[in-house]
Structure formats: structure tokens, C-alpha cells
Design a protein. Structure first.
Lengths: 88, 537
């Protein structure tokens, strides 16, 4: 019986709570230790859920979010490679 | 095999296209050319599309608009294709991405490792870490590398350097984006509009209900008809270049360039003087036990299945949430002849959506259970029930009030999150406003968030399609004005739209939204930009 927060990386609510208890109590370090918000959907499903858990646990209001970086959608590596760089 | 398609509907006629055959793991299945792969599989009764990366739990259809990752499959040798947005082709081979560890699912679920274990495992002594990781990676993962480089041929690669310049780039062709393109296209000489779907209209294409508010703008029309009208108007304009199936994957402020991905896996770079971001929104999810089980859907995903592809999501549904989306989708389900067991909501007094919609579903005998929430979805490979529980005044579950509701799918309609990803790449100031759905950018009265970017529609705060249309028109006009186009008649138009927008928001049900919106706009966006740069956020 699992409560999945991040479906891309299978991160459960317990994982996040345990990580917060272990001291990873801001979104930047939390995402590095659990992998939440870093899957194929780039946090579209789990970002606000994670922030909610964090805010509830620390009795804070949601203010900060993590920095979003491109690419925001999955992109094949082949698409980023230019002609000159490819050698067969 | 059971066919889940709807062939008779009181309002809609489905244009499915020609019958084709696709193969799932070698098994032939009937599909129609206008369906996406996920829709075709769903219509054939397939519920499990993939296995999750770590616990190998079954996953299926969820958002239906290419925003989550639950439906990724191998299509014609290409791994991790989002099947909910990929069209079918005759003779297409679809494969479920499996690893040998998938067979261990029940075991992995049972094991229930203590949460931090897998993070700390084998980190001491250090020399064990590398070999241990090598073995553990065998147990995880999604898909395998394609055997040949199909899709990356030299012809395609030559195009990867393509770069185009334009005056105004609009990302997202929903009601807001289309309206902005129409207004700006009448003034400016060169506008580009892109969308990641294969047809324009955004989420309007699945709205079969009529909008109300001012008849002059969008109201009194069914959503999909409005979408057709907007697209038709746009296609007649020579000043607008439109790109479908083109996904914006990043904006790089230092070079002022937008990177986009095209369907043939080549990139396109667009350099524009001004940008309008109208990326819309995606659905919020809830945390409860088994919330990832196939059969737990976003209400919008269900709407897509029902109204765009004409496919039944199931036979008995349970709706969570009483916002407008949930109420409307519940009604749409009834129209399609699907039983809706109940609408469950944690709110105490009244429903959150418009009373008109609530009254409509009540008249059809759907119970609205307030003060309750879902705690668990039942089932192994797919949903076959749900457990709901009563809440106390502090929104905490009351023990021993749990009860089981029989259903074969659960719709989560607890609201939308603004799609702020792309907006944030422009480095605006972001604020969290619950009434508007989540993180929204600070903007001025001209919808400007930075010196070269504007926002419109749901991505700047969740509202209605009618307000999105007006916001789109306004941002389009303002962007054109800032490019040096337009005269006094444009100012008149702006006044008119601003007045209509105000009227629209004055309806009593959006008081919260109105108050929240009024708190956001700032007079001087330059000041905000400067402050933002200074604090380095």
C-alpha cells in the first residue's frame, strides 16, 4: 500500500517525510535526495504536492519553489545533437 | 474483445477517421486513424500501459494531454513515447516497456523497505557503491535504447540548426493563445503560434457544455465550436505562421531564444521580439493509497477520452471534488450513459463550482457527499472500488467512518495547477496564490511579466475559458502595441475588452479569484524585474 507522490520516480509520501525528518527540509535538497520533481514530467504532478507536504510538516506557508530549468519536456538526445558532432 | 467506444451520443458525433490496425505486443487491435495510441488501446480494454520505474507498479492512462508520464510505451522501436498524444498509424507496433523485475512487483510491494533505506544503501563502505548500483539498475528503468537510429537520419539532422525569427511568438494555442494570435495578427506583420498537440484549440476541444456570461464573447457557445471558430479565423490570416505538434522545451534568456521540438525529432529555434506564454494548466493530483492505480484519472483526462475520442472510461465512476470541472465531467459521463456513483468533496457547506452545474447533476440523482475524502483505491491491476472517509472540522479523517464505494474508475477533479514551467524560464517574480491554483507570475496591467514576455489564460491563474479569451485578446493587443503597431482604435478595443473581463469576473462565484487577481498586478514591471535581478531569484 503506497501513497505515490512522484509517479515518474516512484517516490512515496513516506519517502519525502522521512527525508524531511532526516534534515533535507527544503525543496532543493529534497529533490536531490529523493528524486522527486526530476522525472519525465518535470514536477508537473508532484511539485505542489511535495511543497504541500513540506509546508505541512514544517508548519510553513508555501513560498518558494525550485528553479525550473530547460528542457521542461522530455526531448530525445538525438534532437539536441548537431550534424557536426556526429561521427559514425 | 470488448469495445469501449461510444457510438451513440446525444450531442456529439465522433469523427474517428478510417479503421486501421495496430499491434500491441504483436496482438492486432482495431483502431481509428483519428485516435491516439492510448485512446485506441483504451478502447480495446487495455488498462495497464506501463510499469513504474522502481516498484514496477502498473500504470495507465492519466492526464490524456501529454503532461504526465504514465502512458509511455515503445512505439515502432522508439522508447518512451507519450502514447496519449501520439496518433495511430496503420500497422503500428506498440510494446509495453518491460524489465525482468516487473515479475517481482508483488514481492517489491510486499517488501515495503523503510523509506530512507534505498538512499543510504551501500554508501558505506564506498567501494561497494559502484558495483551495487550496477546491479540495482538492472531492476529499474523504463524502456531500452532503439536498435537503429530511426528518426535521427542525416536529413533530419541537417534541419536541427533551423532558426527562425519573428516579431511575436505565442506558445500554446488554447483559447488564450488563439485569441492573442488573432488580435496581434491583425496588427503585426509576423506572428508565430506553436502548440504541442496535433490540433489547435487546447482544452476547448473537449468542452461540450455551453459557456455563460457575456454573449458577445464566447458565451452561449459550446467549447469545441468556439475552438473551431477561432482556428478558422486564424487559418485565414496570412500574417500568422502556425506550428502544430511543436513543443516548447526551453527558453534561454541570455540568447533570447526559444527551443522547440518537432515531431520528427528535430529542433526548431525561434527568436522573437516579444513572447506570449499561454500554456494553460495541468491537473492537480491527490495523495492517497494506490493513487497511481490504472483507473485513477484526472477529470480532464476522462473528459478527453469521452468527448474527444468517444471512449467510455469505465462503467461506474466516482468523482472527487466539486469544482466546475468535476461537476461538468460528471454530467458528461451521464450523457454518455455511464453511472456516476457519487461526487465526494472535502468542503463543508456548499459546492465550489457554479450552482447551475451542481443542480444539473443533483437532478440526475448523483449524490454529492460533502465532508468526505478518498483514502484508498482498491484493486490490483485496475480500480475496482474506493474507500472514502468522513472528515472532522480540521479536515482530519474520523476513524471508523470509512466506507467502500463500488466503482471501476475514479476521477480526480480537485483543481488545476497553472503550467508555470515555461513562464519561470523568463525569470519573472513568482507568487503562490491558492485561489489562482498555485504559482503565478507577477504581471502588470498589460499582462507583462518581463520586458519581453506576456502571459494570458490559465497559466497566469486558473479561471474560465471566457476570461482566457479576453486575456488573450488583451495580451495580443498589448504585445502588438509594444511592437509599434496600432492606433487609437486599438486603445478603444482594449478598453472594451477590459470592461468585458471585469464584468465576467464580477459574477458572484469568482469573488475569491477577483480579490486574488486584484492583489497581483503591479504598476511598474521594470521595478519588479530590477528587484528580481538584484536578489538573484
Amino acid at each position: 500500500m503506497k501513497q505515490i507522490v512522484c509517479t515518474c520516480h516512484d517516490v512515496t509520501k513516506e519517502d519525502i517525510e522521512a527525508a524531511i525528518d532526516a534534515g533535507y527540509d527544503d525543496i532543493e535538497t529534497l529533490k536531490r535526495i529523493t528524486g522527486v520533481t526530476t522525472g519525465q514530467c518535470q514536477g508537473k504532478r508532484c511539485m505542489v504536492l511535495t511543497l504541500n507536504i513540506l509546508a505541512n510538516k514544517k508548519s510553513l506557508s508555501i513560498e518558494e519553489t525550485t528553479k525550473i530549468r530547460a528542457p521542461i519536456d522530455p526531448i530525445p538526445l538525438g534532437a539536441l545533437v548537431t550534424t557536426e558532432n556526429i561521427t559514425h | 474483445m470488448e469495445d469501449w467506444r461510444i457510438y451513440e451520443h446525444p450531442i456529439l458525433e465522433f469523427d474517428r477517421g478510417n479503421e486501421v490496425t495496430i499491434y500491441l505486443d504483436g496482438k492486432p487491435m482495431k483502431a481509428y486513424s483519428n485516435e491516439t495510441v492510448a485512446a485506441a488501446l483504451y478502447a480495446n480494454g487495455v488498462r495497464v500501459f506501463s510499469k513504474s520505474i522502481k516498484y514496477h507498479r502498473p500504470r495507465g492512462f492519466f492526464c490524456g494531454i501529454g503532461r504526465c508520464s504514465a502512458c509511455m510505451m515503445e512505439v515502432d522501436g522508439v522508447p518512451n513515447v507519450k502514447t496519449c498524444v501520439a496518433r495511430v498509424r496503420d500497422g503500428m507496433h506498440v510494446k509495453m516497456q518491460k524489465t525482468f523485475a516487473d515479475r517481482l512487483t508483488p514481492f517489491l510491494n510486499m517488501m515495503n523497505l523503510s523509506p530512507m533505506v534505498y538512499i543510504k544503501m551501500f554508501t558505506k563502505p564506498g567501494f561497494l557503491y559502484e558495483p551495487a548500483m550496477k546491479i540495482m539498475r538492472q531492476f529499474t528503468g523504463k524502456g531500452s535504447f532503439p536498435k537503429d537510429s530511426t528518426g535521427y537520419n542525416s536529413e533530419a539532422r541537417a534541419k536541427t540548426q533551423e532558426e527562425i525569427s519573428t516579431e511575436l511568438l505565442i506558445v500554446g494555442a488554447g483559447p488564450a493563445g488563439l485569441s492573442a494570435a488573432i488580435e496581434a495578427g491583425q496588427l503585426s506583420k509576423d506572428v508565430v503560434i506553436v502548440d504541442d498537440k496535433d490540433r489547435f484549440g487546447g482544452q476547448l476541444i473537449k468542452q461540450t457544455h455551453m459557456f455563460f456570461s457575456d454573449v458577445k464573447y464566447a458565451a452561449g457557445k459550446r467549447g469545441y465550436k468556439l475552438a473551431n471558430e477561432l482556428v478558422k479565423k486564424l487559418s485565414g490570416m496570412k500574417t500568422v505562421r502556425a506550428f502544430t505538434n511543436t513543443t516548447a522545451v526551453g527558453y534561454y534568456p541570455s540568447e533570447n531564444i526559444m527551443l522547440l521540438l518537432r515531431p520528427d525529432n528535430t529542433t526548431l529555434r525561434i527568436r522573437a521580439k516579444k513572447y506570449i506564454v499561454s500554456t494553460g494548466a495541468y491537473e492537480k493530483t491527490l495523495v492517497f493509497e494506490n493513487n497511481d492505480l490504472p483507473g485513477v484519472y484526472g477529470a480532464g483526462g476522462v473528459q478527453t477520452l469521452l468527448n474527444v475520442y468517444g471512449i467510455k472510461p469505465g462503467k461506474m465512476g466516482l468523482m472527487i471534488g466539486t469544482g466546475n470541472v468535476s461537476l461538468i465531467v460528471a454530467y458528461h459521463l451521464l450523457q454518455a450513459g455511464i453511472d456516476v456513483k457519487a461526487i465526494v468533496a472535502p468542503s463543508f457547506r456548499r459546492v465550489r463550482g457554479y450552482l447551475v452545474h451542481a443542480a444539473k447533476v443533483r437532478r440526475h440523482g448523483i449524490p454529492i457527499i460533502t465532508r468526505h475524502t478518498i483514502v484508498k483505491a482498491l484493486g490490483n491491476e485496475k480500480v475496482n472500488g474506493a474507500v472514502i472517509t468522513k472528515l472532522d472540522d480540521g479536515y482530519r479523517p474520523i476513524p471508523e467512518t470509512e466506507r467502500v464505494i463500488d466503482c471501476d474508475f475514479i476521477c480526480i477533479g480537485v483543481g488545476l495547477n497553472p503550467a508555470y514551467d515555461l513562464i519561470q524560464l523568463f525569470n519573472p517574480k513568482m507568487v503562490f496564490v491558492p485561489q489562482l491554483g498555485g504559482f503565478v507570475p507577477v504581471r502588470d496591467k498589460q499582462f507583462r511579466i518581463t520586458e519581453n514576455a506576456y502571459v494570458a489564460g490559465d497559466c497566469s491563474g486558473i479561471e474560465e475559458a471566457t476570461t482566457a479569451v479576453l486575456e488573450g485578446r488583451l495580451s495580443g493587443l498589448h504585445a502588438a502595441l509594444s511592437l509599434g503597431y496600432g492606433d487609437d482604435s486599438v486603445l478603444q478595443k482594449i478598453d472594451e475588452y477590459e470592461w468585458a473581463l471585469k464584468e465576467d469576473r464580477n459574477s458572484s462565484f469568482s469573488t475569491a479569484i477577483r480579490t486574488a487577481l486584484e492583489a497581483i498586478p503591479v504598476e511598474n514591471i521594470e521595478e519588479v524585474i530590477m528587484n528580481n535581478v538584484r536578489t538573484g531569484s
